[in-house]
Design a protein around this ligand. Structure first.
Ligand SMILES: [Zn+2]
Length: 59
């Protein structure tokens, strides 16, 4: 009983940390054509125009 509560709070803490990290890298961009867009999913994907892997941009 107690252990399950500890595990639940630990999972909650980790998911909160993930949110913070994704907010900090909220922009992704193409290094080739230099377009930027908001990160809307966990994966960065590739550029629609040239197919290059998008990279997360630091603020
Ligand atoms: Zn591109």
């Amino acid at each position: 009983m107690f252990e399950s509560i500890v595990q639940a709070s630990e999972a909650h803490r980790q998911s909160a940390h993930e949110v913070v990290r994704s907010l900090r890298m909220a922009l992704k961009g193409c290094p080739e054509c230099r377009t930027t867009q908001m990160i809307a999913s966990p994966s960065l994907g590739i550029c629609d125009d040239c197919g290059v892997d998008l990279v997360a941009l630091p603020r």
